[in-house]
Design a binder for this molecule. Structure first.
Ligand SMILES: [Zn+2]
Length: 260
């Protein structure tokens, strides 16, 4: 008798449940967790590049190719987590509207499937060829044998299945190596999870502190905000700056000896 009443009560609770503003804060925490996972994925990407550089130095070209074939897996994984995060953000917005949202699971699944369909409809070139991590991988391996040269543009990437219609072409993504705030090389570069803009850590953190914890992104035209915890250590950019500095340094040394 009592148990029936309990079941009815539980059913009622479920029926009456609305995801509302009360829950929004917990969703924020979940978004923060996704950021941490994304950070780990990017760390894995950098370690993959380090391993590829070592193997290229040892003339293990086949092993490098095998590593390169796992790059799309990382890109897919990163996309999966960032689209999950965006979905949660959308649900959070919905929960803040009056009345909240009735069926969070359905909202989530609808949105995630929409995202997945969009991503799957992209060609390999769009998904991987234009990806920053893929071009960074190729550039890093290229620089082992061509230390002072930029990789030729439109370097073709072999397809896993021996090539179908859309060959993966790597377009080298040209990102500035200087911080817009200091106008010198990036130092300790940090990138926003949200808008993907990059700044040297010290000046942006100083700005955030000076403006009581939140500041509009200093990149011209960007309407996103920066606060502590909304950015990650951009190890890919750090590597890129390190390489550029080395090239400049070597060019200087050459000039010096040429003069003598
Ligand atoms: Zn921005």
């Amino acid at each position: 008798m009592t148990s029936t009443r309990e079941v009815q009560t539980l059913a009622q609770v479920l029926n009456d449940f609305r995801l509302n503003s009360f829950h929004a804060e917990r969703l924020t925490q979940f978004i923060g967790d996704s950021d941490i996972i994304e950070g780990h994925i990017r760390t894995g990407m950098v370690q993959l590049i380090d391993a590829a550089i070592d193997l290229e130095e040892l003339d293990q070209g086949d092993q490098v190719k095998r590593l390169q074939k796992s790059v799309p897996d990382f890109i897919d994984l990163e996309h999966k987590y960032s689209s999950q995060k965006e979905t949660i953000q959308k649900i959070k917005q919905k929960s803040l509207q009056s009345g909240g949202t009735k069926d969070m699971i359905k909202d989530y699944e609808d949105e995630i499937h929409k995202e997945e369909d969009e991503y799957n409809s992209l060609s390999a070139k769009q998904k991987y060829g234009e990806n920053e991590f893929m071009s960074e991988f190729k550039q890093a391996v290229w620089n082992v044998k061509h230390p002072n040269e930029e990789m030729p543009e439109n370097e073709e990437v072999e397809e896993e299945d021996g090539g179908d219609d859309d060959d993966v072409i790597v377009s080298s993504t040209k990102r500035s190596l200087t911080c817009p705030l200091t106008t010198t090389w990036f130092e300790d570069p940090v990138t926003s999870y949200d808008c993907k803009h990059t700044f040297s850590k010290k000046p942006i953190v100083n700005m955030i502190r000076a403006r009581h914890g939140i500041v509009q992104c200093p990149n011209p035209g960007c309407n996103k905000t920066w606060k502590m915890g909304c950015f990650f250590q951009d190890t890919l950019m750090e590597r890129r700056v390190g390489r550029a500095k080395m090239i400049v340094e070597e060019a200087k040394n050459r000039e010096f000896y040429d003069v003598e």
